[in-house]
Design a protein around this ligand. Sequence first.
Ligand code: SAH
Ligand code: SF4
Length: 357
Amino acid sequence: MAGTPLHFHDLTRSELTGLIASWGFSPVHAARLWSYVYNDGTTEIADMPEIPVRLRERLGQEISLAPPAVVSELRSTDGFTRKYLLGLGDGRRIETVLMHFTGRVTACVSSQAGCAMGCGFCATGRMGFGRNLTPGEIVSQVLHVRRETGPGAAVAGSRLRNVVLMGMGEPLYNYDAVMKAVSILRDQNGPAIGVRRITLSTVGVIPGILRLADEANPPHLAVSLHAATQAERAALVPVAAHWPLDALIEACRRYCEKQERRIFFEWALIAGRNDTPEQAHAVGRLLRGLPAQVNLIPLNPIVGYDGAPSDRTAARRFQETLAGYGLPSTVRQRRGLDIAAGCGQLAATTAAEEPAR
Ligand code: SAH
Ligand code: SF4
């Protein structure tokens, strides 16, 4: 973007090395800088005594290390979830969620400000599209969560282990930035998030899934299915009209075969809508032969969408039907409901609460 200063987190380690070499500095300093930022968590150039003063001055002029501003933070009463509304350099706001399990933490990060896909049950979808995030803005969210696991911080003593691209936005419509962020996050001398510990969730963008299938080591893939027939799916997920269900499943099959991996499917359980025995049998038939796992998530109710979450009995019955087809599934706990932890809900609420200007 014109006028936006380069952010440290936009650079891979080799790009940083190349950049400071072009300024006449040795690669040794790039390694040290990388370690200050990613191992020590330093966010101020002034706090890097081992870097030559001239290089620090140049960095200060050309590169930003600023973390995103925390506009607000909400904690769920069950203690498992913290949700951050982060402010970007241009004033846009995105959501990042920290999910705390015993001893470990998962960061749920956004890939876009808003989303153009328009799913009616999703608060981000109702907000519309703002812009793509930069690689640095994606990496910065993960580092923000990691800082919360540091000494004296929110969930001190727990380790950031997993990253899920399941926050605001459609990651496969911001493919290059997302993949660059993934490679920075995996850097063994950097954040060192394990290669198997990053999962990307897509609404079902077929060309993006096929591209992922051809990558050397892509993230795990979760596909938001929500319905097992083309007509039902297009009614819930408008973009499904462009990406027909049978072609989507073929793309998923190709990802699994080329990567020799299993694949996840997400299913927001909406009472009386997609939690019926007919839909469960249709999923079983649709996914037959795929190394798939279905993650069932009772709908997080949002303002403006009149669907209700399925109850436990319906969820269990759905699961049992899937099991009959040999399909493993989980019912995700409805964590953080009291803090609007569903995708896009916090940004939507905050925007609605702000006085008109
Ligand atoms: N755009 C991507 C990733 C972000 S949405 C995608 O759609 O997959 C992450 C997940 O949250 C998706 O499975 C999405 O369908 C789900 N989701 C959105 N709003 C929800 C709600 N109100 N209740 C339950 N799940 C929701
Ligand atoms: Fe976008 Fe995903 Fe929300 Fe649909 S569910 S509007 S694709 S963020």
